[in-house]
Design a binder for this molecule. Sequence first.
Ligand code: CU
Length: 170
Amino acid sequence: MRPSRRHVLQIGGGFLAGLAWPGSPFAAEPVEIRMQGKADGSHVWFDPVGLHIQPGRTIRWINLDPGNSHTATAYHPKFERPLRIPERAEPWNSDYLLPEESFSVTLTVEGVYDFYCIPHEHAGMVGRIIVGNAGSPPPDGSTAQALPEIALQAFPSIDEIMRKGIVRRT
Ligand SMILES: [Cu+2]
């Protein structure tokens, strides 16, 4: 008997299946965020760029861009950037990931987390994760440490993330 199409899709879309059905066996799997880039380096991005997860879920960034190193770094004064994660949350910095390398963080504090890639923040390589309830949105950083406009434009809105659960960028 051939496996049903539904079965195949569930295996192929592991992390999506886990998101859609929290009680499924995939629920404990890390949620993957891919670091992507065009071969000529003209465009780099996180995919998905926006995610809604439940507290306690693990996020795993993996560099699938053969031509570049990337980081996944929380917006936090520890890294001399504005605070754009919940105050009680631990900041993280993956450091430079070579192609095929990955880095994981488990997020337990509810709220909005904005993160960026150190060498590509100025190319708009940023992302947003909402854990549980969004609470108050991150400040817009209208200070001397303000984010580059291209980065601010790249964040999906909290509304869009809460509505879709996952916001893709290709
Ligand atoms: Cu990057």
